[in-house]
Design a protein around this ligand. Structure first.
Ligand code: FRU
Length: 328
């Protein structure tokens, strides 16, 4: 981090908008090969670059929220292997508190093998995992006082449903969010309890059928009847996002597309972070989503996640277009 960035971070750290956020979900090891164009099946190609990064939806979202100045803590499972040490070091370096993470002796770090195409910025992920996920019994040991927001990845629905129910009972006024990325058995149970639903295109298409693409508004309106959430956000990549605030009509907001799409890995995780940050700062759902989309757009124009908060501040100040980040 350069001096300017550290000074900006220090300024945000002292700000009254710094909030305590607990994120529950996964951290993964991302092994990212950059290729000129996405290869055909059974091809043998050379990567132009390779990097190893912390990944995982929840961990990525927390990394951005920490960059935006919040005090974040992560609850998930961590293998006691070299990958686990790397993940812990990355999260800790960002000031993310890992004391609530559960170490799994003999576990193997979940790993994503990512092929990033320079031609399009698309990312193709082959994910391998063989690590138990955080369960409700472990979550029950986490003290619930003092959080301003609790965010869950919508996975392991049986266990996550119990965690959500505990939070709802104990913290009736603390906002809870759930990310729905993929359809999973029992995921319906996660619709009851959250205040904010962060829905990925893949989930919507699997849940509502391919017709959802024709008019996501119809799907959102139907989904709103099945959930306690008052705010629903449906991200649609290059087509922007849809927002439904209870009792109002769904709204479409266009994407913010960078001059060159460099790296879309984790753009949805950034959108989620932007939305949570905006609402925590008291922005209206529309303003929060507008800024979240801008943040996700900036992310797509740069490699990795570093420096996004500084980039959006520069963009908002009209300084520049957010300047592409370093290739980590
Ligand atoms: C991006 C990401 C990657 C990770 C994968 C897990 O959204 O979180 O960092 O490898 O998805 O599904």
């Amino acid at each position: 981090m350069n001096t300017r960035h550290s000074e900006q971070q220090a300024a945000v750290r002292d700000s009254p908008t710094r909030r305590r956020i607990l994120g529950v979900g996964i951290a993964t090891l991302d092994l990212i090969n950059t290729v000129a164009v996405y290869p055909p099946e059974d091809a043998e190609v050379r990567a132009a670059a390779q990097r190893r990064a912390r990944g995982g939806n929840c961990a990525n979202t927390l990394a951005v929220l920490a960059d935006l100045g919040h005090a974040c803590a992560w609850a998930g499972t961590l293998a006691e292997d070299a990958g686990g040490a790397f993940l812990q070091a990355d999260l800790s370096a960002r000031g993310i508190d890992c004391r609530q993470a559960v170490r799994v002796p003999g576990g193997i770090s979940p790993t994503s093998y990512v092929t990033l195409s320079q031609a399009t910025g698309s990312r193709t992920i082959v994910h391998y995992r063989d690590l138990p996920e955080l369960d409700a019994a472990a979550f029950a040991r986490i003290p619930l006082d003092g959080w301003h927001w609790i965010h869950f990845e919508g996975r392991n629905p049986h266990e996550t449903g119990q965690m959500l129910a505990r939070c709802r009972r104990a913290l009736p006024r603390v906002p809870l969010s759930v990310e729905l990325e993929k359809p999973r058995s029992g995921i319906e149970s996660l619709l009851r309890g959250p205040d904010l639903l962060l829905i990925a295109r893949g989930f919507a298409l699997a849940d509502g059928g391919p017709g959802v693409a024709d008019d996501p508004r119809v799907y959102l309106t139907e989904l709103a009847k099945r959930t306690t959430a008052d705010i629903l956000v449906l991200g649609w990549g290059e087509a922007g996002a849809w927002l439904l605030v209870r009792a109002t009509a769904p709204l479409h907001l266009p994407a913010s597309v960078p001059e060159r799409v460099v790296d879309t890995l984790g753009a949805g995780d950034v959108l989620n972070a932007g939305m949570i940050d905006g609402l925590l700062r008291g922005a209206s759902p529309t303003d929060a989503l507008t800024r979240a989309i801008a943040l996700a757009g900036l992310k797509c124009g740069r490699s990795g996640f570093d420096g996004l908060a500084a980039a959006i501040r520069r963009t908002e100040a009209g300084d520049d277009q957010g300047q592409p980040g370093p290739d980590r």
